[in-house]
Design a protein around this ligand. Structure first.
Ligand SMILES: NC(=O)c1ccc[n+]([C@@H]2O[C@H](COP(=O)([O-])OP(=O)(O)OC[C@H]3O[C@@H](n4cnc5c(N)ncnc54)[C@H](O)[C@@H]3O)[C@@H](O)[C@H]2O)c1
Length: 374
């Protein structure tokens, strides 16, 4: 019996809907080629449009439905014109991150041939790194859902940077395992702890836990870099890094920087993983400026879908899903190399529909290519 994984899908707002539908179509094509598993989707209504229509930001029991699924696939949530009475935007997805303690934020940045390369150095073609951003504490702890900033009248505001041992141990182990996995796929297998341990006790603690865990993973090259030096190195020699683990705010900033090095928002895939749940979404928003125009680049979502398949392979033991994830990644790479993927985002002539159609064709060619090389 082929394994079936249940996916809770929140298409959300604006281009979130289009890129999610593209992801589902490409994942289905990969499942068909690889065989041995299938994906079944249960849609959950949520977002700014849903809020405008119903007064709720997510359907009743939507969070519970997401919690019982094997994975959550999300497009994008939010429209600047639709807000709560206090002026904040509609953001039920932040509650999901908190509720399911999705501490490991995985944000790959990979250079694709013929896609924009922001650095003049030809070595930039070899950029292939992952920012691992802790996503439940750090300097974001007092913000968002916790709302714990210390406000002293109108004269001072204090935010807390929180580092806890249990989360940090799990985060670093996640980072080492990710580096091991990448090593098995031909990457260097290196993990860099990015911190500010020379100044902050919280960061010295973060680094100490990294060093405590390091001996458990002798096959991974481990080192440290201060965050300011890391910002310099991400411009000077980003190709020299593999996996970089850091607290929430540093990851927030450096993952955007890394994403910009290899294109733009339409390429920025993201996984948010906890002990029992995983949420997969492109890092971009609903892009109101291009919504409804078939102009969105679906690749960030499609590559997030590949991260989801990889996660499900680990979770369920269905290795075919890891094959499907790799097939999608290879298809994106080959599509750029052969100039068959030309997103409008980068000045090309292909909108969401054309990109999706070509991706499905690329994925479907694996058998033909295998037969030809046999
Ligand atoms: N996780 C999320 O769901 C998430 C993340 C960021 C922003 N938002 C929300 O999205 C709305 C718009 O936010 P924003 O404009 O600041 O950010 P955005 O990411 O939606 O758009 C920023 C710019 O990037 C472009 N862009 C983004 N994704 C693209 C894609 N796939 N292809 C081509 N171009 C793309 C947009 O056209 C726009 O010019 C807001 O309501 C915001 O709160 C949601």
């Amino acid at each position: 019996m082929p394994h079936t994984s249940q996916i809770a899908v929140i298409k959300g707002d604006g281009i979130g809907v289009d890129v999610t539908e593209a992801t589902i179509a490409v994942a289905a094509a990969a499942a068909e080629v690889v065989g041995g598993f299938s994906l079944s989707y249960r849609e959950v209504q949520a977002g700014a449009g849903y809020f405008a229509a119903t007064g709720r930001d997510i359907e009743p029991d939507g969070e519970e439905t997401a919690g019982t699924a094997d994975a959550i696939l999300l497009g994008a949530i939010g429209l600047p014109a639709i807000r709560h009475a206090d002026g904040t935007e509609i953001s039920p997805h932040l509650r999901l991150r908190e509720r399911f303690q999705l501490y490991a934020g995985v944000r790959p940045a990979r250079a694709y041939p013929n896609a924009p390369q922001r650095l003049a150095d030809p070595d930039a073609a070899a950029i292939d790194l992952v920012i691992l951003r802790e996503s439940t504490e750090g300097l974001f702890y007092s913000a968002a859902v916790h709302n714990r900033s210390e406000v002293i009248g109108d004269s001072e505001v204090r935010d807390t940077l929180r580092i806890t041992r249990p989360t940090t141990e799990k985060l670093h182990r996640f980072g080492f395992r990710l580096a091991e996995k990448r090593k098995a796929r031909g990457r260097p297998g290196r993990l860099t702890c990015v911190d500010k341990a020379n100044v902050f006790r919280s960061m010295a603690f973060f680094r100490r836990i990294f060093d405590e865990i390091r001996p458990e993973f002798p096959n991974v090259d481990a080192d440290h870099n201060y965050v300011d030096a890391q910002a310099l190195d991400l411009i000077r020699q980003p190709w020299a890094f593999d996996v970089l683990v850091m607290e929430n705010m540093f990851g927030d900033i450096l993952s955007d920087l890394a994403g910009a090095l290899v294109g733009g928002m339409g390429m920025a895939a993201c996984a948010e993983i906890g002990d029992a749940h995983g949420l997969f979404q492109p890092a971009h928003g609903s892009a109101p400026d291009i919504m409804g125009q078939d102009k969105a680049n679906p690749l960030a979502a499609v590559l997030s879908g590949a991260l989801m398949l990889d996660y499900l392979a680990d979770k369920t033991g269905a290795g075919a899903m890891a094959d499907a994830a790799q097939l999608i990644e290879e298809s994106v790479y080959r599509g750029f190399a052969e100039r068959r993927l030309r997103p409008m985002e980068f000045g090309g002539d292909m909108g969401t529909t054309a990109m999706t159609r070509e991706l499905i064709a690329l994925v479907g060619e694996r058998e033909t290519r295998r037969a030809a090389s046999a």
